[in-house]
Design a protein around this ligand. Sequence first.
Ligand SMILES: NC(=O)c1ccc[n+]([C@@H]2O[C@H](COP(=O)([O-])OP(=O)(O)OC[C@H]3O[C@@H](n4cnc5c(N)ncnc54)[C@H](OP(=O)(O)O)[C@@H]3O)[C@@H](O)[C@H]2O)c1
Length: 264
Amino acid sequence: MKNLKFAVIGAGNMGSAIAEGLLKTGIITAGNIFMSDKRKHILDNFKSQGVHTSDNNLEAASFADIVIIAVKPYHAKSVLEEIKVVIVPAKKQIISIAAGISIADIEEVTGKIPIFRTMPNTAISIQESMTCIAEANSTKEQQKMILNIFNLLGKTVFIPEDLINAATVLGSCGTAYALRFLRASIQGGIEIGFHAEMAQLIASQTILGAAKLILATGHHPEQEIDRVTTPQGITIVGLNEMEHQGFSSALIKGLITSYNKIKK
Ligand SMILES: NC(=O)c1ccc[n+]([C@@H]2O[C@H](COP(=O)([O-])OP(=O)(O)OC[C@H]3O[C@@H](n4cnc5c(N)ncnc54)[C@H](OP(=O)(O)O)[C@@H]3O)[C@@H](O)[C@H]2O)c1
């Protein structure tokens, strides 16, 4: 894997986050990454780290074995049109993160080359993404390699393409939902006596620990909640009040509203 060459086309939020994540692995070196963006100056930070940079997408795609399409969805097809001359004959592997661009959309331009339609989240920059991947035309070996790459950047699952919209809501919008929960916890923490900074530390680490407990044990959340809720205790009264106020219902309704919008 350490000799694989990557192109990242589009160096905005996600493209930069992916490149940062790849560099932090320590396995993929700066010299094996080529980033292109039409605003060349935003690549300066990467250039100073030894990453190849250009405003020429074709140059980036020519360099790479794996081409990551990280532009906005409405630019994805024109970028594919631009680089197909080098990716199609060589059957280079395409990783697209463009929301709403289907494998069929990509195949319309490229034909049947290995395509990975992925849905990561912004925690990819610190190697803590949840990345869901749908694939087409790839070998088991290529799938294993893509899995290994994304496992360096967090956790990864392969899913059927018809679940990508649901993955977008749960896994990518999910970052924002979780951060709203965190923000509310901090606001509550301030009201009960902590300075903002301390409240943020306590709430963030508590949420991180709770999520890690579930990932490490495989327990259902309610099993861990039962361990914290003493009969007639302080936790259960707080939890029940949150439910009276519609906590779980609000979250589920929000998630479904996002899903209904993405389906349109
Ligand atoms: N944010 C998330 O959590 C998330 C999660 C999963 C997937 N995604 C997907 O990630 C993709 C990128 O989103 P983002 O938030 O990173 O967008 P972004 O910040 O706008 O980044 C895209 C970058 O690509 C540049 N660009 C536009 N057209 C180009 C072209 N023809 N050639 C080269 N570069 C070009 C843009 O420049 P200009 O600004 O000058 O146009 C911009 O710098 C989207 O397709 C989105 O659906 C996002």
